[in-house]
Write a protein that binds this ligand. Sequence first.
Ligand code: PMV
Length: 365
Amino acid sequence: MTNTDYKNPQLLADSTQTASTGSFNWRSPSNLAIVKYWGKHGVQLPRNPSISFTLENAFTQTLLEYAPKTDHNENIELEFLFHKEENEPFRQKLLKFLESITDIFPFLRQFKLKIRSGNSFPHSAGIASSASAMSAVSLCLCSMEDELFGTLQDDTEFDRKASYVARLGSGSASRSIYGGMAVWGKIGAVAGSSDLYAVPYADRMHDAFKSFHDDILIVSKSEKSVSSTAGHALMEDNIYAAPRFQQAGQRMQRLLGAIQAGDVETFGEIAENEALTLHAMMMASNPSYMLMESNTIEMIKRIRAYRAETKEPVYFSLDAGPNIHLLYPEEIIHNVSPFIDSELLPLCQEGMIVRDWVGEGPEQV
Ligand code: PMV
């Protein structure tokens, strides 16, 4: 990469361009970290490297339209609709994000912007939407830059910049730019990896992981009591932080080997341990907090009992919330489905589940 912070004062439209209109529509997926990012420093830099599965069905679709400004001012003019309705808290959040990246995209001040966004998964399902939302917006912004200036013709450079910008919105969003799996954070074993953006890892995935399912069992639809932002901040004074960051690095090494070798058992062991370590960090924070619910624990017990009994590779993971991600290969779906229906769905809020699997990454629509 030539420019390490992507600040570019030259990206200003001329008077013919500012009289023009355009639109871009991107669909970008959510992702599930197997080794988790938890703890950050500086400007959205991770304390440890992380790796995730990119999902397919849980996505955000975002339409960005730009048009000439009617009066000359330096403000970012943003109209925002979420699921066709005005949403002032979301608009404010997005506006703050856009304002924070005007050094990267100075042209944002030159147009009237209209952004319409919606999620494929039920609103308020308790599914983290920042990864899909922030990656979708970032892809739209890179498309806008490329249309105005022709500066992102190279696909690799386009994706890298989209990942960099997405990271500034939400760390985990940096990984949603790539299909299959993505690594964010510098680690010797992955050439080209960086704390500034994610890199694709799909090429190194063994076939055993390519059709993995990740069904999201909705234990609770309620908003998280402690946001991810607050959770990351609490890691700063957590006495287990240093060994945790070291552990994450070691688990990355082992996991990368397992992913290449098709070692599903090691993958599953690390996935479950990471999920529980993430929640252990929350419980060991000061103030302490807990995002798992009783049904989260009950599901974990049932999943482990099912695995012990059937010897099938069925594992769980958790995000920063109470919902269970059930991980298993496509080949055993006919065995796992009845188990989900009889043992896990009754523990879900209103029987809610989002059936998902490893996806191909964002798509321009
Ligand atoms: O991207 P953030 O700041 O919402 O943090 C996400 C953190 C986890 O989802 C818990 C882990 C991860 O790596 O995605």
